[in-house]
Design a protein around this ligand. Structure first.
Ligand SMILES: Cc1ncc(COP(=O)(O)O)c(C=O)c1O
Length: 404
């Protein structure tokens, strides 16, 4: 009998945020169990609504967005993105250097498909947002993980980065603000990364989708603003800051010196044309979203929901014996550490499964983010304070008797 397997290209590809633990949660839900989901950074289900003006403008534009747009996107959208680049000092971005995408996700895949040959290496943070590693692998490349240091606010370990550069390294991925740690990198750390990239002629891939979700009065620095002489691929979008993840609205901007990347840009243009264009109704509200008042600001100040939810989750997690955590400065993720000796944990995926089965709460195990020890997990702190308080009490209760 003829059977059909997944392609061998997918053999080493994993995306565990939607992996086996989530499958188990779905099966439990199908049996009628209510699950508290702390696993996916999707603001809308947690009552984070898009600004009314964006809904209105999408309705206003719907009739005019039935057809394909030009493959890189609508002029009005790309102009607004270009102006945002100017405000962030992202250098040398013209209208043709901007590609809209069906979320940043599509553009990550495109950026890797257009560049990598078998065996080419890209430096990726550990922990990472796992789509990067998956896309590199699927494109035939090798993701080489550099360490981010929990003892140093989860900043990238520059010596580790240097030690992992080889003659096959083509680029470095910098996720800032970071998912899953919630870290925000200061200028000095970014400068050190730029220095390594310059010395080794690397392309910088800057995933800055959380750049408008920063707390504590801190400011985000676009890494490309520090290096007009280097070629950078900057990625951003509206999924998180404007709570419209379902509208699949992202963009990629090529900045800096493009003299050595003409061939790569030709590849990107081919791939962009081949997918015809990104979701045009989504593109039509980029101008609205990027102009005027930044809509997430009040959520991030004391009294705002994201800020207050971070305080609850951070304080309550740190009070649980055997759990410690670095305070996140941005986004809406927290990446706590478990005392694996105390709990005798060998397998963090099993821990997440056991917690799910016993307490009906879904978290993502740390190795899903290419963290090399079974001692972390990620919580998305989008649910309301009361639900987070409940989750922490249940976690404390679960851990008080847990041994693997
Ligand atoms: C760091 C990072 N990059 C990219 C994405 C993809 O976002 P989207 O495809 O919705 O634009 C996410 C989503 O969680 C993310 O956390």
């Amino acid at each position: 009998m003829r059977t059909f397997e997944k392609s061998t290209k997918l053999n080493n590809v994993s995306y565990d945020i939607r992996g086996p633990v989530m499958d188990e949660a779905n099966a439990m839900e199908a049996m009628g169990t209510r699950i508290l989901k702390l696993n996916i950074g999707n603001p809308a289900p947690f009552r984070f609504e898009a600004p009314d003006e964006m809904i209105r403008d999408m309705i206003y534009n719907l009739r005019d967005t039935e057809g394909y747009s030009s493959s890189k996107g609508l002029f009005s959208a790309r102009k607004a993105i270009m102006q945002y680049c100017q405000l962030k000092n992202i250098p040398n971005v013209d209208i043709d250097d901007i590609y809209t995408g069906n979320g940043v996700s599509e553009l990550i895949a495109m950026a890797m498909q257009g560049l990598l040959n078998t065996g080419d290496e890209i430096l990726v943070p550990s922990p990472d947002y796992p789509l990067w590693t998956a896309s590199i692998t699927l494109a035939g490349g090798t993701a080489v993980h550099y360490h981010c240091d929990e003892q140093a606010e989860w900043y990238p370990d520059i010596e580790d980065i240097k030690s992992k550069v080889t003659s096959r390294t083509k680029g470095i991925v910098v996720i800032n603000p970071n998912n899953p740690t919630g870290a925000l990198y200061p200028r000095e750390v970014l400068q050190d990364i730029v220095d390594v990239a310059r010395e080794n002629e690397l392309i910088i891939f800057a995933d800055e989708i959380y750049d408008r979700l920063v707390m504590d009065g801190l400011k985000h620095t676009a890494i490309s603003s520090l290096c007009p002489d280097l070629f950078c691929v900057n990625l951003n979008g509206l999924s998180k800051s404007h709570r419209v993840a379902g509208w699949r609205c992202g963009w990629m901007c090529l900045s800096g010196d493009k003299s050595k990347v003409r061939g790569y840009i030709e590849g990107l243009n081919m791939l962009s044309s081949m997918r015809l264009c990104s979701n045009v109704p989504g593109q039509s509200i980029i101008q609205t979203a990027m102009g005027g008042i930044q809509s997430a600001d009040e959520l991030l100040m004391p009294g705002g929901r994201i800020y207050e939810q971070r305080e609850v989750i951070y304080n309550m997690l740190n009070d649980i014996p055997g759990v410690s955590v670095v305070k996140p400065k941005a986004a809406f993720y927290i990446f706590p550490k478990l005392d694996i000796e105390k709990f005798n944990i060998h397998d963090d995926e099993q821990f997440a499964l056991d917690f799910l089965r016993k307490k009906k709460i879904l978290v993502t195990h740390g190795r899903g983010f290419h963290w090399d020890q079974p001692d972390h997990f990620r919580i998305v702190y989008l649910p309301e304070k009361e639900q987070l308080e409940y989750a922490c009490k249940e976690l404390a209760d679960f851990l008080s008797t847990y041994h693997q």
